[in-house]
Design a protein around this ligand. Structure first.
Ligand code: GAP
Length: 445
């Protein structure tokens, strides 16, 4: 059973070193969080799992890692300067600011100003002179630099449609209303794929990507029964979208968007192109006199063709929240309670804990270190040599942080070359020969 309230998750994240409030010793900054020793491992594991399924396990996707600071022209032609806004209202009685559609219940809503549009992009100065003109934006989505690099990637890889470009990285939004721990924050990470297809095949690809993405969530421990599909109504679609399906998840605070899968048509490639009148664009774009490239391909008749784009876009931080929520279990064992994170082993921050039964026995400690180094060298992720606390405390700690197995080294190990392997979920223990340990460990993943 997932966690019943967000407080349990927040407490676990802080207690065990997954997530901390940013700048906490100075009172913290709202909407900013830092990932601690376990959080960074979990985050990397989620991102690696996404990259593996999107880039390595397919033969039609290339990767990219573009700059975060983004030239103004990019976000002008993308439409963000004009439309990436939220309606802002001030309450004259409580003195707070809210998004007009998200005024909380504690505000009496009696003395609100008229909504005014507030652009969510952060700006920063570039170079030593702060003249207000030479600025860049902190990208509000990773997608735009995929579009601006379209020609570079095509020219350097000889790709033709259908193919995709994937990117994982930070995005920044000056959100008015923050929400539910890491659900809505001002600095977050996205895992985005822009998949370029022949116009006319876009609707089929859209359906296919929705299915593929649900399957991926299931493999991360977020079951179908916790997900809902939401077809965004036409009048709520983003300016670039012909159709968007949101994958919604039952977060502790309610059912909300986990990932969006949009049909972005030829809007972005068209918007960032020069000589747009030669491109037979299907979408309406603003004239572009600043771009020096045509972001298009030649079709079999040597005519320009601007691919349509299907975009699965998932937030890493929301993924962490959903995955932790699903993994969190509070179990009653006899008269005691245990918290256990039943994470899929490929996502666990620590893959195995190696525990010497006698902390000050040189031979046992040396054997434990030898086993740690052997398992570590297999490249499955972090293996921890755990030489503190008693065995019971170690088991509890590793249950709480989701370590799939604990391996105990004792006197028998020295005599018989065997270790005790304890399973996180069943708590069962078995004696395993050191010769077989590598296989037992690898079988987990
Ligand atoms: N390129 C398309 C795009 O950015 P979006 O629906 O605005 O679309 C995609 O964002 C995903 O990014 C969302 O489904 C969510 O997981 C994540 N996301 C968006 N805003 C966020 C925020 N303020 N805090 C945390 N995650 C956010």
């Amino acid at each position: 059973m997932p966690a019943t309230n967000i407080e349990d998750l927040i407490a676990l994240c802080k207690r065990r070193g997954f997530i901390f409030q940013s700048s906490e010793i100075y009172g913290g900054t709202q909407g900013l969080y830092d990932y601690g020793p376990l959080g960074v491992e979990l985050k990397n594991n989620i991102k690696n799992s996404w990259w593996k399924s999107i880039v390595y396990e397919r033969d039609d996707v290339e990767g990219l890692d573009a700059a975060i600071l983004t030239k103004q022209s990019v976000l002008k032609y993308s439409g963000h300067e004009e439309t990436f806004t939220d309606p802002l209202v001030d309450c004259k009685s409580c003195g707070e600011r809210f998004r007009a559609d998200q005024v909380p219940d504690y505000c009496k809503k009696e003395d609100l100003t008229e909504p005014r549009q507030f652009n969510l992009m952060f700006k920063t100065n570039i170079g030593p002179v702060d003249d207000g003109k030479t600025f860049a934006y902190l990208r509000p989505e990773t997608a735009q630099q995929i579009f601006t690099n379209f020609k570079n990637v095509v020219d350097s890889t000889s790709r033709n449609v259908p193919f995709g470009i994937a990117q994982i990285g930070k995005a920044f939004r000056n959100e008015i209303t923050l929400k539910s721990f890491i659900f809505r924050v001002r600095e977050f990470e996205q895992m985005e794929l822009e998949f370029f297809v022949v116009p006319g095949t876009d609707e089929d690809w859209h359906k296919k990507w929705v299915e593929l993405r649900i399957n991926w969530w299931e493999k991360q421990g977020v079951p179908k029964k916790s997900l809902e599909l939401y077809e965004v109504p036409k009048d709520e679609l983003a300016h670039y979208s012909k159709a968007t399906v949101d994958i919604m998840y039952k977060f502790p605070h309610g059912v909300e968007e986990l990932e969006g899968i949009a049909n972005r048509t030829d809007f972005d490639l068209g918007s960032h192109s020069k000589n747009q009148d030669e491109l037979s664009l299907k979408s309406k774009v603003s004239e572009n006199n600043e771009s020096n490239a045509k972001l298009a391909l030649k079709d079999e008749n040597n005519n320009w063709m601007v691919p349509f784009v299907i975009e699965p876009s998932a937030g890493v931080d929301r993924a962490i929240l959903a995955i932790l929520n699903e993994a969190y279990h509070l179990e009653k064992i006899e008269d005691k309670e245990r918290v256990v994170l039943k994470l899929k082993p490929h996502l666990s921050p620590i893959k195995a804990a190696i525990i010497p039964l006698k902390k000050n026995d040189e031979k046992i400690v040396a054997k434990a270190k030898e086993i740690k180094n052997k398992l570590q060298s297999l490249g499955m992720g972090r293996v921890l040599f755990e030489n503190s606390g008693n065995i019971g405390k170690n088991y509890r700690r590793h249950d709480e942080i989701g370590t799939p197995i604990c391996i105990t080294i004792d006197f028998e190990t020295l005599e018989e070359e065997t270790v005790t392997v304890r399973d996180r979920d069943t708590m069962s223990q078995k004696r395993v020969s050191i010769n077989d340990l590598e296989e037992v460990f690898k079988d987990l993943f």
